[in-house]
Write a protein that binds this ligand. Structure first.
Ligand code: NAG
Ligand code: NAG
Ligand code: NAG
Ligand code: ZN
Length: 420
């Protein structure tokens, strides 16, 4: 009893310490003139510690989602009015959306869907709610212990705050032991608040291993390397302290903690939400990932980096408007994957190069993965949704998101098996 009271107390005080977003709104604007676009771009450059850009300014007529604190609501309205800017309130109260998204909820239709065989699992995680880093780490240990022949749990190094970073290797040594298998590398959660990415990665690990009998070819002919949570410190912080935290937790910037681990970001000021750090791989997390990736790059044909949100499937390059020579191959594979994804629930994903769909100097890791690590099919995938909930995707969308993305993964896997 006493323990229960203590636990309840701890739970309440942990909640009390969390940053609240009462009265914050997410407003989608659509600049239709250069002047209005420039007004928004100026806020993005100069005031992004006040206005949190959930999606970044791209070009005229493209929607931009901006979180506006209540204290700046009037100021922001004035800017919208001055420029007669088309806009819509996407989230009327961010705190309510946070509370909803964290509830344990299975969508009623998905529970009856035969594809949802992994609504509940043998392990500590399920996909009707988001799980904290401790729970995910326990899950990884559990599944590795249950399948020591197939699953190897490796530590690739420690984070700034001394947490282990895990890489899961999934490989069936019983089959085709005399051939060198191609490999697929998957990561996610570089940006802490994009919780759907780790929630997909844990599901993928579970699906490949627990439902091996349904698709043995994916383990018999391929090896998988999955880095389910690339930014553990940030992820922990987003659970306990600030749901909308993006960066890691390195306090190098004086009062402004954190470095954006996706090194391509354009911002150079330490307080910016996308500050990319003093140099490429300055951070423990990105240096660990670099070393782990280089060690397996030779056999790895595909790299999938999961983010949210926007429903886009991006190819290199991000640093230039030029396209890689093999762009048609990268595009076709991505488009085929997306076609099968869309067939499940009708969810649309745009496919294209990072600069084609976003802007120059965005993206980041896939440029290095393709250009330097030499992994040919390097993709950044921004998962659900397109801004109705944004980072606060309700838990009842985790399974639909995962089930449709699995169809895309199958296309990728079938293709990768055949690459010689
Ligand atoms: C999902 O897991 C959490 C934590 O382990 C648990 O509290 C919850 O009841 C589970 N939900 C379902 C539907 O099994
Ligand atoms: C090894 O290679 C030989 C010849 O290519 C093939 O016949 C055999 O089935 C392979 N063994 C395994 C375990 O895959
Ligand atoms: C992709 O969809 C097509 C059309 O439904 C189907 O024939 C094919 O088997 C799917 N590919 C995979 C790998 O599931
Ligand atoms: Zn991201």
């Amino acid at each position: 009893m006493r323990v229960l009271i203590l636990l309840a107390f701890l739970a309440v005080s942990a909640l009390a310490a969390q940053k609240r977003y009462d009265g914050y709104k997410v407003i989608q604007v659509k600049p239709k003139t250069l002047a209005s676009f420039n007004a928004i771009a100026k806020l993005y450059k100069e005031q992004n510690s006040i206005y949190d850009f959930w999606t970044e300014p791209r070009s005229l007529d493209e929607p931009i989602d901006i979180m506006v604190p209540p204290a700046y609501a009037k100021e922001f309205e004035r800017i919208l009015r001055n420029h007669k800017m088309e806009h819509r309130i996407k989230i009327a109260d961010v705190q309510s959306a946070i509370d909803v998204s964290r509830k344990d909820q299975a969508s009623p239709s998905i529970a009856k869907d035969p594809r949802s065989r992994s609504v509940s699992s043998r392990y500590v995680v399920n996909w009707t709610q988001y799980h904290d880093y401790t729970t995910i780490s326990v899950f990884l240990a559990q599944i590795a212990q249950a399948h020591p022949d197939i699953v190897t749990l490796k530590t690739i190094g420690k984070t700034h705050e001394n947490r282990e970073m895990y890489m899961v290797k999934i490989s069936n040594p019983q089959t085709n032991s005399n051939v060198t298998k191609n490999a697929i590398l998957v990561d996610g959660g570089i940006h802490a608040r994009e919780w759907i990415a780790p929630a997909f990665n844990t599901w993928l690990i579970n699906e490949l291993v627990e439902n091996y009998a349904d698709h043995p070819q994916y383990l018999d002919n391929l090896d998988w390397y999955i880095l389910p949570v690339m930014n553990p410190d940030g992820y922990v912080y987003s659970f306990a302290d600030d749901r909308l935290w993006r960066k890691n937790r390195n306090p190098v910037n004086g009062p402004c903690v954190g470095i954006d681990l996706n090194q391509g970001g354009a911002a150079g000021n330490g307080c910016d939400e996308t500050y990319h750090g003093p140099s490429a791989f300055s951070e423990d997390e990105s240096a660990n990932a670099r070393d782990a990736i280089l060690s397996i790059a030779e056999r790895t044909q595909v790299y999938l980096s999961y983010h949210s949100y926007s429903q886009v499937w991006l190819t290199p390059w991000g640093y230039t408007v030029d396209l890689p020579e093999d762009y048609p191959l990268l595009f076709d594979l991505a488009q085929n994957a997306v076609n099968n994804l869309t067939a499940v629930y009708g969810t649309q994903y745009a496919v294209g190069s990072t600069t084609g769909l976003l802007y120059v100097a965005s993206g980041g890791s896939i440029d290095w993965i393709k250009g330097e690590a030499g992994i040919p099919y390097a993709y950044t995938v921004e998962l659900r949704d397109t801004g109705d909930f944004g980072f606060l995707l309700p838990a009842d969308q985790i399974l639909p998101n995962n089930l449709e993305m699995w169809e895309a993964i199958k296309v990728i896997a079938e293709y990768t098996m055949e690459i010689v």
